[in-house]
Design a protein around this ligand. Structure first.
Ligand code: MN
Length: 128
């Protein structure tokens, strides 16, 4: 099933490495961006199958990056999943209201993460 291209937007090197290594181990191709500007450039150029979006980035917050992706016809349809350390009750609903396609809390659950990513990619392909 894998081989999908996932854009990882994350400014923390340790988190980036963990997510990248896990995805690659499970057969995904990955792109990396450490800032919102890099994320927008990479998404527009490569049109990934999925974006995993950290919320706290050095140059803009992940919600602003999401809005910019949605505003660009090249990237408007790409699913974007918030990947954030905020773990308060109700956060999930808040991120869905912002327009994210999903929400994964950090630290990620290493054993569940590959299946979670696969599910978001499957939705992208119109599966149920
Ligand atoms: Mn961050």
């Amino acid at each position: 099933m894998a081989g999908e291209l996932v854009l990882i937007v994350e400014d923390n090197d340790k988190n980036m490495k963990l997510v990248r290594d896990l995805l690659q181990y499970h057969g995904y191709r990955t792109l990396e961006a450490g800032t919102g500007a890099e994320a927008l450039a990479a998404a527009g150029a490569h049109r990934p199958d999925l974006v995993l979006m950290d919320i706290q980035l050095p140059d803009m917050d992940g919600v602003a990056v999401l809005r910019a992706l949605r505003a660009d016809p090249r990237t408007a349809a790409i699913p974007v999943v918030a990947l954030t350390a905020f773990a308060m009750t109700g956060d999930r609903e808040r991120f869905l209201e912002f327009g994210f396609d999903g929400y994964l809390a950090k630290p990620i659950d290493v054993s569940a993460f590959p299946a979670q990513v696969a599910e978001y990619c499957r939705r992208r392909q119109g599966g149920h």
